[in-house]
Ligand binder design. Structure first.
Ligand SMILES: [Zn+2]
Length: 87
């Protein structure tokens, strides 16, 4: 499922709930937007994270002046195009 998503970052979270000595287990979570632009967080394994790291994108949200729709695009792209009307 994550293969088709836009990965935007990771964060580490410690799970202290089941331990007594404050040495909880470390979990990696990935932030992503799916194909519909819906934001999500998913727990990933270390191996998965290594692969996904290469696919992190610096994205930015844009508003299309022509059709008013919201879309995300590469942050460093000079002239982002609206996927709906192509302008
Ligand atoms: Zn548009």
């Amino acid at each position: 499922m994550l293969e088709t998503c836009t990965i935007i970052g990771f964060y580490k979270r410690w799970n202290h709930s089941k331990t007594r000595n404050h040495r909880g287990k470390k979990y990696l979570h990935a932030y992503f937007y799916d194909q519909n632009g819906v934001f999500g967080i998913k727990r990933v394994s270390k191996a998965q994270a290594l692969l996904l790291k290469h696919r992190i994108k610096k994205i930015k949200w844009y508003y299309c002046e022509h059709c008013g729709s919201k879309f995300m695009s590469d942050k460093y792209k000079a002239d982002p195009q609206c996927p709906k009307c192509g302008k």
